[in-house]
Design a protein around this ligand. Structure first.
Ligand SMILES: C[S@@+](CC[C@H](N)C(=O)[O-])C[C@H]1O[C@@H](n2cnc3c(N)ncnc32)[C@H](O)[C@@H]1O
Ligand code: SF4
Ligand code: SF4
Length: 381
């Protein structure tokens, strides 16, 4: 009932504000709810992978732990631009990252700028080591998130293996300075913190620091693991940060707290393109097990409503329990269209735990250099 009310509220707000792409989002979501696989309107939400290579070695990430089955490579600038030309009329949000470190692609700033020139909202996420602050301003990216692994070099590199915390912080601070030097820049700067056993005691310090240096949003992310052994090693003691069912975990079974039952609205609205143009259903398929076409070989509209994609959606609504990639997913809900920079420092959780009422993080208001009240947001799919 609560979920239904939430959908109703969101639908009403969509119809009332009618942001770009709203018809597609509404139509495709209704199709998803009705379990109809097509034909769909073109997707409003696209993700693209600038490269699947990385300088770090995060142990759960397929790129980081060396288990990546896809060939390593870098997105080609010209092919990318042709793709952006193709999607410019319907894409509203471009997530400029997937596996790998986006800023290892030497044309990353130009690529983002190209999509921005077509009026697409661009978001990216980085380990922060190779970010050029001036390049970020030049790119006109809307939203960039620096991922921090801990508040000391020791805790940071425990998961962000080979990472240099001081370098990340220096790049982040320089970006904040650059932003002030360029008043026309509207880049939203965020920091993300995947909460794990070795850094959970640093959460308050992280939030305090994030507010103090003047980022727009601090994001606390519940950790993903792939196996029970990884879970024992990395999952925090505090169940507040658990995405997984604790009782099942104690029995030696890894499963999310909420298991989707033949439903997923995400892949009715979103498309994910790897560096070589191959299309995979969502970010739960880092290895490219379910390639559904290639946007460098075929027009996107043919892939989107093509046989492979429709039959994949059909399997979702009929036999999701048998889908390998859905096993550890709770479904991603519906992409948000109405993005705006928070008015004041905001804390966001990427979590299955919706309610923020039990949160007891205390932040000294007087130390904020952006003013405004602390705003906590907890609206997740
Ligand atoms: C695969 S990374 C790619 C972008 C970039 N290399 C980075 O690390 O930010 C995308 C996102 O996955 C997050 N991530 C990595 N390992 C994770 C884990 N075990 N659990 C949850 N999120 C994780 C990162 O923090 C980042 O937000
Ligand atoms: S920095 Fe990002 S892409 Fe690189 S290994 Fe870590 S999570 Fe994976
Ligand atoms: S893994 Fe999740 S987002 Fe991907 S198709 Fe399955 S339910 Fe949908």
């Amino acid at each position: 009932m609560l979920k239904f009310n939430k959908y109703l509220t969101r639908t009403w707000s969509l119809v009332r504000s009618r942001p770009r792409g709203w018809q597609s989002l509404l139509y495709n979501t209704v199709m998803a709810k009705a379990k109809l696989v097509g034909p769909l309107m073109l997707p409003v939400h696209i993700s693209i992978e600038p490269t699947n290579s990385c300088n770090l070695r995060c142990p759960v990430c397929e790129t980081g732990n060396g288990s990546m089955a896809r060939r390593a490579g870098v997105l080609d600038y010209d092919l990318y631009c042709r793709f952006i030309d193709q999607i410019a009329s319907h894409a509203v949000v471009l997530m400029f990252y997937f596996m790998g470190e986006p800023f290892l692609n030497k044309r990353a700033y130009d690529m983002i700028r190209y999509a921005r020139g077509k009026g697409i909202y661009v978001e990216t996420c980085t380990n922060g080591e190779h970010v050029n602050p001036e390049g970020v301003i030049y790119s006109d990216v809307n939203d960039i998130s620096f991922q921090i692994g801990g508040m000391t070099q020791e805790t940071h590199e425990r998961y962000r293996v080979r990472g240099d915390l001081s370098r990340v912080i220096s790049n982040l601070e320089q970006l904040l300075v650059e932003r002030q030097r360029h008043p026309h820049s509207n880049v939203q700067v965020n920091v993300g913190f995947v909460v794990m056993k070795h850094n959970e005691h640093e959460v308050s310090e992280f939030l305090r620091w994030a507010k103090e240096i003047g980022v727009d949003r601090a994001n606390l992310i519940d950790p993903c693991v792939r196996t029970i052994a990884e879970g024992r090693e990395l999952l925090p003691d505090n169940p507040r940060y658990w995405f997984y069912d604790e009782e099942a975990f104690a029995r030696g079974e890894l499963k999310p707290k909420i298991v989707p039952r033949n439903e997923c609205t995400w892949i009715w609205n979103s498309m994910l393109v790897c560096w070589d143009g191959s299309v995979v259903p969502c970010c739960r398929d880092p290895q490219g097990r379910h390639v559904l076409g290639n946007v460098f070989e075929k027009p996107l509209r043919e892939i989107w409503n093509g046989e492979a994609m429709r039959s994949f959606r059909h399997r979702i609504v009929t036999k999701q329990g048998e889908m390998d990639i859905c096993r550890l997913c709770s479904g991603y809900g519906v992409p948000a269209l109405d993005r705006s920079r928070p008015m004041s420092f905001e804390i966001q959780r990427m979590s299955l735990v919706d309610s923020m009422t039990s949160v007891d993080w205390k932040l000294p208001q007087e130390r904020s250099n952006r003013g405004g009240d602390l705003h906590v947001s907890g609206d997740f799919p």
